[in-house]
Design a protein around this ligand. Sequence first.
Ligand code: ZN
Ligand code: MN
Length: 139
Amino acid sequence: MKQIQKKNEGTRFKRTPQRLAILEYLEGNTSHPSAEDIFRVVSKRYQSMSFATVYNTLNTLTRAGELRELTIDPERKRYDPDTSRHHHLICVLCGKIADIPEKIGVELPKDMAEHFVLLGHHIEFYGHCSSCQKKNKAK
Ligand code: ZN
Ligand code: MN
């Protein structure tokens, strides 16, 4: 019995109220939140929600291909409900992440491309966002 349940978990995502709340929060969310961010918001509505539930749900959604896990922030994993191909830019001061459209002209050197089946690429830009620049100037 347990095995069957486990098997189904991979293909069919049980839509419990807690999981639905997480999905709802992520729908159209472009802020690339961390598990902590998501927990902070969703646990306000669902007091019984544990951090483990949030974390496990994010892992399940990532494995199901419904969520993209970003490693651009060295401090914590960030999550993106937009699974289409695109790149990211991060402010190293405040951690804000912005989307960059896929079409940036970067190609693998020809001699490398010949011996490698390329499945995709992801470019990470990092720097200081405009509001952090202003804050630094004001000091
Ligand atoms: Zn910033
Ligand atoms: Mn994104």
